[in-house]
Design a protein around this ligand. Structure first.
Ligand code: HH2
Length: 273
């Protein structure tokens, strides 16, 4: 299975690393570290050297209870970083829920739309079709991160996630979006028990035939399982969860700790290939 991003062919069967770049003051694990453009670009160069395949840039935290950011503020944080990333030569994705921000990001060189609100706003689909870029469809029970955890109630979480993702993927494809990547949205309105169920039964999502992205990096569930309080120290637990995901059909891992995941991926590939 291949993914074409900005003219590059990426081999999804080998497992790809999407390095996280949060140009925010309040992200749950690295808020404030990369708010200044120079610091963000230095981190992007570091992730490229560590072996990231894609850089995912976001300028609004989506942690449960996060404060919403205006369109202007989000663009102000994001655009200088996106422009500065061009010489790096890696495909860049933009992590945003706002079509206005997404369009400015596409004009500044982003080649993938990562929409954690799951393409609920039709304009996201129209944009991806117009700019001919793939999208990541993320499941969340609600559009608003501030309210999400109050909706962490499911009958069968896997069936509900599957139904939402399939509906949104089909809407996008029939509107002319060139490719769709599915993401169960770990932690988005989901408690530990839901995240574990989704991870265990990931093959059911992989069987839908779309590329699958998994993002468990440093998340609260990893802290709950390992007892590690500080998100930045949840590296081993994150790697373990992501290896489980790869073994169950994940194609792209969204990670903060690129170097650690690159090592783990080397071992996983050597066994698989
Ligand atoms: N998780 C976060 C943000 N964006 N995008 C996708 N596709 N999948 C995810 O699981 C996902 C995501 C939350 O993590 P992070 O960016 O580190 O934190 P914050 O939202 O606080 O900036």
């Amino acid at each position: 299975m291949q993914l074409v991003l900005g003219g590059r062919q990426l081999d999804l069967r080998r497992g790809l690393l999407m390095g996280i770049l949060n140009a925010t003051p309040d992200s749950f694990s690295d808020g404030g570290d990369y708010l200044q453009t120079e610091k963000a670009l230095a981190r992007a160069r570091e992730m490229a050297a560590e072996g990231a395949d894609i850089i995912d840039v976001g300028a609004e935290s989506t942690r449960p209870g996060a404060r919403a950011v205006s369109i202007e503020e989000e663009k102000k944080r994001l655009l200088p970083v996106l422009r500065g990333l061009e010489p790096l030569g890696l495909p860049v994705s933009v992590d945003t829920r706002k079509p206005e921000v997404a369009e400015a990001a596409l004009q500044a060189g982003a080649r993938l739309l990562n929409d954690v609100s799951g393409l609920r706003d039709e304009r996201m689909i129209t944009l991806a079709a117009r700019y001919r870029v793939p999208v990541v469809v993320v499941h969340s029970p609600l559009d608003d991160p501030a309210e999400m955890m109050r909706h962490a109630r499911y009958g069968d979480v896997v069936s509900e996630v599957k139904e939402f993702l399939l509906t949104q993927a089909q809407r996008a494809l029939s509107a002319g979006v060139p490719a769709v990547i599915l993401d169960p949205g770990f932690g988005f309105g989901k408690k530990l028990e839901h995240n574990l169920e989704l991870l265990r039964r990931l093959p059911e999502l992989a069987a839908l035939g779309y590329p699958l992205l998994v993002g468990l990096s440093r998340k609260r569930s990893i802290g709950e399982l390992t007892g590690v309080q500080r998100p930045a120290e949840r590296v081993c637990g994150s790697v373990a969860a992501h290896l489980q995901a790869l073994g169950r059909g994940a194609n792209i891992l969204r990670v903060h700790d690129v170097a650690a995941h690159r090592e783990a991926l080397a071992v996983w590939r050597a066994v698989e290939e």
